[in-house]
Ligand binder design. Structure first.
Ligand SMILES: Cc1ncc(COP(=O)(O)O)c(C=O)c1O
Length: 369
C-alpha cells in the first residue's frame, strides 16, 4: 500500500466509533505535539492541570449551551461506556421493592433491561419485539405509568435504525433516556428528561467518555446504598467527574466537537436541518426503488442517524458490500443481529458522502434490479 492510499479518507458509515468533523481532526493533529500553553500534548498532562480544567469546563459549557440546559442539571463525563449506565442507573435509582419501567424497542434496550433486572422488578411498558422493532411507542404509553423508580427509553436504536420522532413526557415518574446514537442531533425538550446518557463515540467524540446529563432533583432520589464509589452518581457529581483520572483525551475531543457544533454549524436546529436533508436523500432512494431496497423501520420512526435496509437477497447484499468498498464506502454492513445494510450518517457525516451513496445505490439497482 502506498502512503497516498494509506492516507486516503473513505466515506465512513461506521455505526461507532464513527466519523468525526474534519476540522476537529485537523486541530487535534496540530495540537498533538503541544497543547497550546501546556508545553506537552493532551495525552501527557495532568488532569488536575489548569489546561485540562479549562478543557473539561468548556466541554461542559458547550453541552449546556447546545441543549439550552436549565439550572439544576449536572453534566458528567463518566467511564465504562453507555453499557455501564445500564447497570449504574438501576443500582442508583431502583430497588427490589419498586418497579422500573422500560420501553423495549431494540437490541440496546434489551441489554438495559437485562441489567436492571439484577436490581429489581422490570415492567416492560411497550414491546416492539413482536413486530420486529420497526416502530416506537406513542406518548400515551408514557402517560400510563403512574408510579415506580423511573421510565427508561432508548431514543435511537442504533442496530434496527428506529428513532423517537418526538420527546416523550412522563407524568411524575422520572424519564431516563439512552441517547447514545442520537445525542445532540436535534434540540430536545430537556426538562422532560431526568437523566440522559450517551457514549461519546457516535455523535460527539471518540470512545472513552460517556456523557450523563441529569437533574439534581433526580440525583436526590438516589436509593442505592453502599455503592462502589465509581458507580455512585452522587460522588461523580460532587467531584465534577474528577474523582479519579477522567478519560482526558475523549473529553478534549468532545470539547472540540461541541464547539464545532455550536460555532461552525450554528447549533442544534442547524444540525437537525442537515440531518433531515441527509437522511431524506437515502430514504428517497429506498422509497423510489419499487421494492428493490426495503427499509427496516416504519417510515414514521425512521432514524436520521442509522439508515437500515435490505436488498432482494443476501447474495446481492454481499455483492453490494463488496462493490461499495471498492467505491471507498466503509462500514455499511448491517449489525449481525439484523443483517442487511446500515448507513450511519451522524452529525459529522458529510452530505456529499450521502449523495455519493445514493448515486451508487441507484446505479447498483439499474445493474442488478
Ligand atoms: C443506543 C446504544 N446504547 C448503548 C450502546 C453501548 O455503548 P457502549 O459501547 O459505550 O457501552 C450503544 C453502542 O453501540 C448504543 O448504540
Amino acid at each position: 500500500m502506498t502512503t497516498a492510499q494509506a492516507q486516503k479518507r473513505v466515506y465512513n458509515f461506521s455505526a461507532g466509533p464513527a466519523v468525526l468533523p474534519v476540522p476537529v481532526l485537523k486541530e487535534v493533529q496540530e495540537e498533538m505535539m503541544c497543547l497550546p500553553g501546556a508545553g506537552a500534548s493532551i495525552l501527557e498532562i495532568s488532569h488536575r492541570s489548569k489546561n485540562f480544567e479549562e478543557i473539561i469546563e468548556s466541554a461542559r459549557q458547550n453541552i449546556r449551551d447546545l441543549l439550552d440546559l436549565p439550572e439544576g442539571y449536572h453534566v458528567l463525563f463518566l467511564q465504562g461506556g453507555a453499557s455501564t449506565q445500564f447497570s449504574m442507573i438501576p443500582m442508583n435509582f431502583h430497588s427490589p421493592n419498586s418497579q422500573a419501567h422500560y420501553v423495549r424497542c431494540g437490541a440496546w434496550s434489551v441489554k438495559a433491561i437485562k441489567e436492571a433486572k439484577r436490581v429489581g422488578p422490570v415492567n416492560v411498558i411497550w414491546d416492539g419485539e413482536p413486530h420486529g422493532y420497526k416502530t416506537m411507542p406513542t406518548q400515551e404509553v408514557f402517560e400510563g405509568v403512574k408510579s415506580g423508580s423511573y421510565v427508561h427509553m432508548t431514543s435511537n436504536e442504533t442496530i434496527e435504525g428506529v428513532e423517537f420522532p418526538y420527546d416523550p413526557k412522563t407524568t411524575g415518574v422520572p424519564l431516563v433516556c439512552d441517547a447514545s446514537s442520537d445525542f445532540l442531533h436535534r434540540k430536545l425538550d430537556v426538562k422532560n428528561y431526568s437523566l440522559l446518557y450517551a457514549g461519546a463515540q457516535k455523535n460527539v467524540g471518540p470512545a472513552g467518555a460517556t456523557i450523563v446529563v441529569m437533574s439534581d432533583e433526580f440525583l436526590q432520589k438516589q436509593v442505592g446504598e453502599n455503592l462502589p464509589t465509581m458507580l455512585d452518581y452522587k460522588m461523580m457529581a460532587k467531584k465534577e467527574s474528577m474523582y479519579n483520572t477522567p478519560p482526558a483525551f475523549s473529553i478534549y475531543v468532545i470539547e472540540k466537537v461541541t464547539r464545532w457544533l455550536k460555532e461552525d454549524v450554528g447549533g442544534l436546529d442547524a444540525i437537525y436541518e442537515r440531518n433531515l436533508a441527509k437522511a431524506k436523500v437515502l430514504y428517497d432512494v429506498i422509497d423510489q426503488s419499487e421494492g428493490f431496497y426495503r427499509g427496516h423501520a416504519a417510515p414514521e420512526y425512521r432514524s436520521l442517524m442509522n439508515v437500515t435496509f435490505r436488498l432482494p437477497s443476501e447474495d446481492l447484499e454481499k455483492t453490494f458490500l463488496a462493490e461499495s468498498a471498492k467505491n471507498d464506502f466503509s462500514g455499511l454492513k448491517g449489525h449481525r443481529d439484523v443483517g442487511g445494510l446500515r448507513a450511519s450518517i451522524y452529525n459529522a457525516f458529510p452530505a456529499d458522502g450521502v449523495d455519493a451513496l445514493a448515486d451508487f445505490m441507484k446505479d447498483f439497482q439499474k445493474r442488478n434490479g
